[in-house]
Design a protein around this ligand. Structure first.
Ligand code: ADP
Ligand code: MG
Length: 377
């Protein structure tokens, strides 16, 4: 991915395979997903005859190539550096960027995005880098960094930093920009503060009532970081740039996949994750070979929020997550196929600039015209 300047870019797709966990080992699972050279992932079908594969008939393994691939040997820093770090200077200079974690419940999405105190994930590292980058810039620049953290659960938006605000609504302005009305925006100053805010926000995420050990698997968590920049020239503010960074921990993709298998009649059912389904539909439509047809962003809260990230003015990175265990073959295959499709999506990136001088000139003209009109009365 080229992040120098704007232009048409494809979505960057990364894949992270977490290590086998104790549960999987106890259940006798074997690893079936491997990172091989050149960012290639190989998935073996555990229902096939493995001896056959070992006898060098490798036709039954599925291969996928992504922009970057991580296996159990990669740490949080490796993943951050390869997927997100290079977006930071762009956000400061007024570009939009989105990183979202996709995958089944338990595949490692929250680990990648939030992490723990001693192994912070992308959200904390990105904010830390934003703070560091801004310290480096000259005194001619004035910056303000704010963050919001929200949850989409059953198509309801809640403010994770201020749950008392209740259910919030999406608003769209005349330019087509989508915002969440009443969402709190806080400024954070240190990495520690950010981590504490995220952990507190995560405790507010809706828990799954039917599967106690699968907390949050149906809720999407969206961290929105806004960097506002003004440039001081001779005591005037010449230009205002606003860069937005969305960092998203999606709900478990297994539901969308299951729904798909059960057919369209289930779509309105109670347990359907409408947002995830709509995201899948948008990804399908956007990745069509002959260019996208009509894209139905309006189908869900998530796709309305991500409109720019998917088809518009945004550099977007998708990090797909899978478990390496044979038990999770179906989910892993679904995720790999999804991620593979997403590679074809293209976005058009440009800097968000409000030219203050230009607007002042426009307003001055209007004022002059109005004055003349008054004088004529
Ligand atoms: P998800 O958010 O996709 O449901 P989690 O991030 O909660 O999954 O991961 C499930 C469990 O696996 C957690 O206990 C998490 O700490 C652990 N885990 C996930 N990915 C890794 C990894 N790359 N290395 C070590 N542990 C991981
Ligand atoms: Mg999670």
């Amino acid at each position: 991915m080229s992040t120098k300047g704007g232009g048409e870019q494809t979505l960057t797709v990364a894949l992270r395979i977490r290590p086998l966990n104790e549960d999987e080992i106890l259940q006798g699972a074997s690893p079936i997903a491997y990172k091989v050279e050149n960012n290639m992932v190989v998935l073996l079908d555990p229902t096939e005859d493995h001896d056959d594969i070992l006898r060098a008939n490798r036709s039954r393994e599925k291969q996928f190539v992504f922009d970057c691939t991580f296996d159990g040997s990669a740490n949080q820093e490796d993943v951050y550096e390869a997927t997100t770090k290079e977006l930071i200077p762009n956000v400061i200079t007024g570009y939009n960027a989105t990183v979202f974690a996709y995958g089944a419940t338990g595949a490692g999405k929250t680990h990648t995005m939030v992490g723990k105190d001693d192994s912070p994930g992308i959200m904390v590292r990105a904010l830390n880098d934003l703070f560091l980058e801004m310290e480096k810039t000259s005194e001619d620049m004035a910056y303000k960094v704010t963050m919001s953290y929200l949850e989409i659960y059953n198509e309801m938006i809640r403010d994770l930093l201020n749950p008392a605000a209740g259910i919030l609504d999406l608003r769209e302005n005349s330019k087509g920009d989508v915002t969440v009305a009443g969402l709190s925006e806080v400024s954070a100053r240190s990495t520690d503060e950010v981590m504490q805010m995220l952990l507190k926000g995560n405790r507010e995420r809706t828990q799954e009532p039917t599967a106690a050990n699968q907390a949050s698997s149906r809720s999407h968590a969206v961290l929105q970081v806004t960097v506002r920049q003004r440039h001081r020239v001779k005591n005037t503010l010449q230009e205002v740039r606003t860069g937005k960074l969305f960092l998203i921990d999606l709900a478990g993709s297994e539901r969308a996949a299951n729904t798909h298998n059960r057919g369209k009649r289930m779509v309105e059912g109670a347990h359907i994750n409408r947002s995830l389904l709509a995201l899948g539909n948008c990804i399908n439509a956007l990745s069509e070979k002959n260019g996208p047809r009509y894209i139905n962003y309006r189908d869900s809260k998530l796709t309305r929020l991500l409109k720019d990230a998917l088809g518009g003015n945004c550099k977007t990175v998708m990090i797909a997550h899978i478990s390496p265990a044979s038990l999770n073959f179906e989910e892993s295959r679904n995720t790999l196929v999804y991620a593979d499709r997403a590679k074809h999506i293209k976005t058009k990136v440009r800097r968000n600039v409000t030219d203050v001088a230009y607007h002042i000139a426009q307003y001055t003209n209007i004022i002059t015209e109005l004055r003349e009109e008054i004088l004529r009365l």
